[in-house]
Design a protein around this ligand. Structure first.
Ligand code: NAG
Ligand code: NAG
Ligand code: ZN
Length: 522
């Protein structure tokens, strides 16, 4: 077989300029539309021409493929669709590791759009957005829905858009309309309409809208955003939906009351801890989706008590990658085990022993891929099938961690990590090849990004840490802060909580010398 491949390669010397690529010899996790399920093809081949998957074969070296075809040996590899992240804030890369013990309530006053506005220049936004999207591509995330709340002025917003175009990733870039000093909602809408006229290369970047003010915004702003959506029919609208313990509640029913839930625009609600049976029914009736961001919701304490009841209208997201994993593999794995653990607990609360497992690796895989595509109303993404976009991830099935797999879906969901990803294709082009990003200016970007991050971190760390007490923002009387019990890791006095190592990149450890809290001080 090897000699056949080499012979084929030798006969296509124009490989670098090929419009077609044959991924030959791998195990392909394809999708079968008729049965609505994953379809594993072993020792098969996948043909890409331009931006599309044009052939799927049950043999590694299919006959009759003609023309200028570059053959890429994928023997022992696992080929999956690109992963889809339905909720992210690309501009936050520069703040990485600074939120290791933040809560959502703290986030609002530390890392949120409002808090970060004074820290970023347009260049800072650009470096963070670009470095963050390349980080996502490296991790096999080929599509991102960016809730871009870097809408601080025209230049800083546009820098995020420009970096998205530069990245080569598939980005649904949804600027978050939100009035701020010097940049009013009418000005933002004017800019949005200008961006909407832009020609985006390869259609990789799609303009969307984000808006969180359905309940708390000024009525005239909300009406203006609703009108913009009805008039221009953007591909996607995305909204942070909390509810539950949170006195902020841009729920599907509220959004529906403005006439923008049941249109051609895909609406993605991020988090949704306030999910009720009625809201779930409305999501089904209008075919709109929730983005569950498992790691962020667990890290910060959003809550996601009922999210597992809406899996058929749900996809996965990363959210604020400044504080945790950027890859959807980790999100899928965490969500699978979180859901299993919770449902097992329900059995054990009845003093029973769990007999069957309530969620499968296939379901986690679908949440990470096809469900994201359906949330964006793009059935040509998130699935390997003829005619779909060639957004693909190739895993090395013979790394020490992967070695020995029989079920490729279990291998990817439960054993793979980002280091096992050999190739990533976006729109038919290699964005990562042989373990390395193909973005040619990456080394220069790294230097610029690190300078920008160091400056932002310095300004950030000069601020005092917030002390949260009493009631949540203006919500007098009914939303109070409470504290979780501290966990002990060290025997004896104190918790072993330890300092945070937030130094500015050199040997100093600014802000690190806070000792663990003693029990008797609480
Ligand atoms: C959504 O729109 C469709 C077609 O216009 C209509 O049949 C349906 O009743 C609407 N659903 C809701 C929940 O408004
Ligand atoms: C986070 O850690 C720092 C340093 O240990 C501590 O001062 C701060 O109170 C912690 N924040 C929370 C929310 O626990
Ligand atoms: Zn978010």
């Amino acid at each position: 077989m090897r000699s056949t491949l080499l012979a084929s390669l030798a006969s296509y010397t124009g490989a670098a300029l090929s419009a077609s690529v044959l991924l030959s010899g791998g195990t392909i996790i394809a999708f079968d539309e008729d049965s609505n399920s994953l379809n594993v093809i072993r020792d098969g081949a996948l043909l890409v021409t331009d931006d599309r998957i044009v052939g799927l074969y049950e043999e590694a070296n299919p006959k009759g493929i003609r023309g200028d075809v570059e053959i890429v040996d994928c023997t022992h590899k696992i080929i999956t669709p690109g992963f889809i992240d339905t909720h992210r804030h690309g501009w936050q890369t520069a703040l990485k590791t600074l939120g290791s013990n933040s809560t959502l309530a703290e986030y609002f006053v530390t890392f949120s759009s409002y808090a970060a506005k004074p820290l970023y220049t347009p260049e800072d936004v650009y470096e963070s957005q670009l470095a963050g999207l390349l980080e996502a591509i490296n991790a096999g995330v080929t599509t991102t829905l960016d809730h871009a709340h870097n809408m601080w002025n025209t230049e800083r917003a546009e820098a995020g858009l420009d970096a998205s175009v530069e990245s080569g990733a598939r980005v649904f870039w949804a600027p978050a309309i939100d009035p701020t000093n010097g940049y009013s909602v009418p000005d933002q809408i004017k800019d949005w309409k200008k961006w909407n006229k832009r020609d985006f290369p390869n259609d990789l970047v799609t303009l969307g809208v984000a808006y969180d003010g359905w309940d708390v915004g000024a009525p005239e702003d909300t009406l203006a955003v609703a009108k913009l959506i009805k008039d221009t029919k953007p591909a996607v609208l995305t909204i942070h939906w909390l509810g539950g313990v949170w006195p902020i509640d841009s729920s599907p029913s509220l959004v529906h009351s403005f006439g923008v839930l049941n249109t051609s625009t895909a609406v993605v609600f991020s988090h949704g801890p306030g999910l009720t049976a009625a809201e779930a029914e409305l999501l089904r009736a209008t075919n709109q989706f929730v983005s569950i961001t498992p790691e962020s919701e667990m890290h910060y304490g959003h809550g996601h008590t009922f999210s597992h009841h809406i899996h058929e209208q749900a996809a996965l997201g990363v959210d604020t990658h400044l504080a945790f994993s950027t890859d959807i593999l980790t999100q899928a794995r965490l969500w699978l085990q979180r859901t299993r653990s919770r449902l097992f607990d329900e059995v054990m609360h009845k003093w029973d022993i769990p007999a069957r497992n309530p969620m499968s690796v296939n379901q986690a895989f679908l949440l990470a891929t096809r469900q994201g595509a359906l949330a964006l109303r793009r059935p040509d993404l998130g699935a390997i099938k003829v005619g779909a976009k060639a957004d693909l991830v190739v895993f090395d099935g013979r790394t020490p961690g992967m070695l020995g797999w029989a079920d490729p879906v279990a291998a990817v969901i439960l054993h793979a990590n980002v280091g096992d990803i050999t190739h990533v294709l976006v729109d038919g082009k290699f964005a990562k090849r042989d373990g390395k990003l193909t973005y040619t200016k990456y080394a220069e970007l790294v230097e610029r990004f690190l300078l920008s991050a160091e400056k932002i971190r310095k300004d950030f760390l000069a601020r005092p840490l917030p002390v949260l007490a009493g009631s949540f923002f203006g919500a007098e009387g009914y939303a109070f802060y409470g504290s979780a019990k501290d966990i002990d890791v060290v025997r004896g006095q104190g918790t072993g909580y330890g300092p945070l190592f937030r130094g500015t990149g050199d040997k100093t450890t600014a802000n690190a010398a806070v000792p663990g809290t003693k029990h008797d001080e609480l």
